[in-house]
Design a protein around this ligand. Structure first.
Ligand SMILES: CC(C)(COP(=O)(O)OP(=O)(O)OC[C@H]1O[C@@H](n2cnc3c(N)ncnc32)[C@H](O)[C@@H]1OP(=O)(O)O)[C@@H](O)C(=O)NCCC(=O)NCCS
Length: 218
């Protein structure tokens, strides 16, 4: 994919519904039957930790085919020192355009912007296959864990500035922008505003279960 084939730009209010629908198309049946990511992006925009300057879309021929959003997250060391970092997600590309470098282009563009804004680290949960080529490493390599000293296999960390995490132990606190997605009725109600889609099982849901229930212990 050549740079002249697409435009990356900041999300505007006029894009909201198209971006929500794109998330629905990309995530439908991927992790669970149906999905809640379209509701997630809808509510995230009103969350105090949402970073609108980093919400970006990638357009081809006037149609949005990829998008990414970020929130502020928090790292705390054992002395209680805090560092505000970027939590990336959701990131998605329309199924007709996946594996053509669009996700890569969106991440690289917004990482550079995030770095300019003064952030030195980006963290997210995800399938490592999608992120290791972007320079993400296992949280264990950077000594970043959850409370209780858990190092989830799907917790992926990238330094935007080399050495930013300096080896000390960090506890990661994700922002709670996705909390409303636990309300299944609210998700269903929101989903009913979109064209009908069939919920079904697919193997990627088992892959998601494995990734999201695994931790690194050695
Ligand atoms: C995941 C997703 C955002 C990636 O975007 P994309 O445009 O399809 O991916 P890209 O073409 O930019 O490739 C990104 C990297 O993924 C990896 N990748 C590509 N195809 C792959 C495949 N078939 N299997 C495993 N890894 C693959 C490569 O490492 C690639 O990096 P490289 O080009 O430097 O080698 C997109 O596929 C998507 O929206 N999927 C559904 C929603 C989703 O899973 N979102 C992420 C939540 S964790």
């Amino acid at each position: 994919m050549n740079k002249s084939d697409y435009i990356i730009r900041k999300e505007t209010k006029n894009d909201y519904r198209e971006v929500e629908n794109l998330n629905r198309e990309a995530f439908w049946n991927l992790s669970v039957p149906g999905c809640s990511e379209h509701y997630f992006v809808h509510v995230m925009r009103d969350h105090k930790d949402f970073i609108p300057e980093l919400a970006h879309v990638l357009e081809i021929g006037g149609k949005i085919v990829g998008c990414v959003m970020y929130c502020k997250g928090l790292l705390k060391d054992e002395e209680g020192n805090e560092k505000t970092i970027l939590t990336m997600g959701p990131l998605c590309v329309h199924p007709d355009h996946q594996r053509q470098g669009i996700g890569k282009a969106l991440l690289e563009y917004t990482f550079a912007l995030g770095r300019k804004m003064g952030y030195d680290t980006v963290i997210n949960f995800g399938n490592p296959d999608n992120y290791v080529a972007r320079g993400y490493k296992s949280c264990k390599k950077y000594n970043v864990c959850l409370e209780g000293d858990v190092f989830p296999a799907a917790l992926l960390v990238k330094e935007l500035t080399e050495g930013a995490l300096d080896g000390r132990k960090w506890y990661y606190y994700q922002c709670d922008a996705d909390a409303p997605c636990e309300d299944e009725e609210a998700v269903e109600k929101f989903d009913s505003q979109f064209p009908p889609k069939v919920k079904a099982w697919q193997p990627s849901q088992e892959e998601f279960y494995i990734h999201s229930h695994s931790a690194i212990t050695w």
